[in-house]
Design a protein around this ligand. Structure first.
Ligand SMILES: Nc1ncnc2c1ncn2[C@@H]1O[C@H](COP(=O)(O)OP(=O)(O)OP(=O)(O)O)[C@@H](O)[C@H]1O
Ligand SMILES: [Mg+2]
Length: 609
């Protein structure tokens, strides 16, 4: 019999499509034709496979050889079919028993010396194999741990074609050169570990070492981080250079709950296709963090490239955090390209051979200085930028993009005292992450009968009609709507955040202070500031007149709605008894008094919105 077949996998985005590899030998002049829509790298398989077979001590059949990859309509990229092609050829030449490879799924590139090299996307390939009912897969030894993540599949990891032939013929596997010395980069992984330009998929333990307790002060921003993590809300940190915006954003992934098994497989599949799986860590089970530089190209952000498409930053951040530092410096086209994944949780890349869908459900964190020189404030001191420059800089983040960002926070420069004094009350990541997890569970229980899992996903009209708020909760919102400070879409965002604030506080439904907190975080503007101040304040110079709310501020907040550092309990002081704040932390009423004074001072000098 001069015909044999086996199977391999073609990747379409992060989905695998089973491909049958058939080899046919006919009498005639020795030739090798490869058919079935191969790309350039795959066409070169002919030379690689021939050299690998010969260098593995096997005879190359001197007949007319045709290798077909079907279905022919699916475009096939890369070098992952080499090993399957070699096995099919050897079986057609009767060196292997065709039945020994007919039920196998084989993935791997061949070196000219016959060594088997790992390829990108082994996990999604093996997932597709398992779905199609394959029980045994052959992969390069280095990718065997990744392949064995898929339940119900037996993985055969091989180092060379000679080893595979020995396994299939029942001979003893030949010795191969030993593994590279531990800790040294494996030359076989060269090229696979290269991230796309400017994109860093943070999947090592660095995130776990960054602790929220390292951030001095910044109570409002820390609280916003917690709310963002609990509700899945996108976040915008605005402030002068060196205030700690990047520090804060880097600590966001570790506040997110650990990934479920399904999410971990999704995230690992994306990183596998990108060739970014760290050696020795086949499964990514914590939220990834991706922080592309603003010079990053469009394909590196959304994905693409020639050959086997690489997932971009939006997909590498899937189920984790996408951090755009110095956001206004990104090209407008790149920023606008985020709108589609923000809405749909996936990115669609159109190509001549058809469109690809890559998962892209991420938590967006933007950071920006107020102007190009970074020193702009309403008081205008020290800023070298003209009002037009400031306006142009801030305007680079388009309205439709910012409209999808629920939380906008001013990060004020950290004070000398906050920096120099060790703050023993600063909560660490573990404490905050535990609250985030509890809030997520509370939201998930409430949303159990719906298709949504986090508050950020719930559509506005559902939020307004399906769940009741506490009586009077919307008083402030009604005032803001009447005064034109809030749009209907803004209201939905406020409600979403208010539910998260309530979830964090362990309340069944949001009350007036939850909604007020959400309002401050939504607009980045203290309550009661008239629209004129927002407009003129942004363009610089005109001092603000506060039209303050008359209600007493809620506990844990100043009259302005800003968050204050929780007081340390002072054992010497007889003061008022502890009362828990919205998060159940210990506060004293003195905090509200002090913050009131501070806000008065800010208002006197034309305070910051
Ligand atoms: N709140 C803070 N607590 C402790 N250290 C801080 C804080 N803010 C800034 N720092 C110190 O300043 C350094 C710079 O902070 P970071 O890079 O986060 O600022 P940034 O706001 O992102 O600035 P830029 O706008 O220039 O990017 C940090 O590495 C840290 O050492
Ligand atoms: Mg920064």
């Amino acid at each position: 019999m001069a015909f044999a077949r086996t199977c391999s996998v073609a990747l379409v985005g992060v989905d695998g499509v089973i491909v049958e590899v058939q080899a046919d030998l006919e009498p005639g002049v020795a030739a090798f034709a490869l058919v079935g829509l191969p790309d350039k790298a795959l066409s070169e398989a002919r030379d690689r496979v021939r050299a690998a077979v010969v260098n593995s001590g096997e005879a190359w059949p001197q007949r007319k050889l045709t290798v077909g990859l079907s279905p022919a309509s699916v475009p096939k990229s890369g070098s992952g079919f080499d090993l399957a092609v070699a096995c099919a050829v050897l079986a057609a030449a009767e060196r292997l028993d065709p039945s020994s490879i007919a039920e196998l799924l084989i993935i791997g590139e061949l070196g000219l010396d016959g060594r088997v090299r790992p390829v990108r996307g082994v996990l999604p390939s093996v997932l597709a194999a398992a779905d199609a009912g394959y029980q045994r897969v052959v992969v390069a030894e280095q990718t065997a741990p990744e392949a064995s993540l898929v339940p119900g599949v037996t993985v055969i990891g091989v180092r060379s074609l000679r080893q595979l032939v020995a396994v299939l013929t029942g001979a003893s596997a030949p010795e191969e050169p030993p593994d590279p010395i531990a800790g040294r980069p494996d030359p076989l992984m060269a090229g696979l570990m290269l991230p796309s330009a400017g994109v860093r998929g943070l999947v090592d333990d660095k995130a776990a070492r960054l602790d929220l307790a390292d951030v001095a002060g910044q109570y409002e921003a820390r609280r916003a981080l917690e709310i963002a993590a609990a509700g899945g809300h996108h976040l915008y940190l605005k402030g002068p250079p060196g205030a700690g915006k990047t520090m804060l954003a880097e600590r966001l992934p570790s506040l997110l709950p650990p990934l479920t098994q399904k999410e971990a497989l999704e995230v690992t599949a994306v990183h596998s296709v990108a060739g970014l799986l760290p050696v020795g860590r086949p499964l990514i089970d914590t939220a990834p963090y991706c922080a592309p530089h603003h010079s990053t190209t469009m394909p590196a952000i959304v994905g693409g490239g020639s050959g086997l498409p690489r997932p971009g930053a939006v997909s590498l951040a899937h189920r984790g955090v996408l951090f755009l530092d110095e956001a206004p410096e990104f090209p407008v086209r790149v920023l606008d390209s985020l709108r589609q994944p923000l809405e749909s949780g996936e990115v669609v890349i159109a190509r001549s051979a058809g469109s690809l869908r890559l998962p892209a459900r991420f938590l967006l964190c933007l950071a920006a200085n107020p102007c190009p020189c970074g020193r702009h404030s309403r008081r205008g001191e020290g800023c070298e930028c003209s009002p037009a420059m400031v306006s142009r800089y801030q305007g680079r983040l388009s309205g439709p993009l910012l409209d999808r960002v629920d939380l906008q926070v001013q990060v004020a420069p950290v004070t000398r005292i906050e920096l120099m004094e060790r703050d023993t009350t600063a909560e660490n990541t573990e404490t905050v992450a535990a609250r985030v997890l509890a809030a997520r569970e509370r939201a998930a229980a409430r949303l159990a009968t719906t298709p949504w899992r986090t508050n950020a996903e719930v559509p506005g009209h559902e939020l307004r009609t399906r769940w009741q708020l506490a009586p009077g909760a919307l008083n402030d919102v009604a005032r803001q709507l009447e005064r034109g400070l809030l749009t209907a879409r803004g209201l939905d965002r406020v409600l979403r955040v208010a539910w998260t604030v309530a979830d964090l506080a362990g309340r069944d439904r949001p009350d007036q202070r939850d909604v007020r907190t959400a309002l401050v975080l939504r607009t980045g503007v203290e309550q009661g500031l008239p629209l004129a101040e927002r407009v003129y304040g942004r363009l610089g110079g005109i001092p603000a007149q506060r039209v303050g709310p008359v209600d007493e501020p809620p506990e844990g907040q100043s009259r302005s709605g800003r968050f204050e550092k929780p007081d340390c309990p002072d054992p010497e002081s007889p003061g008022p008894p502890d009362r828990p704040d919205a998060l159940g932390r210990s506060t004293r009423s003195g905090s509200a008094k002090r913050s009131g004074k501070r806000d008065q001072h800010r208002a006197d000098e034309g305070g910051e919105a």
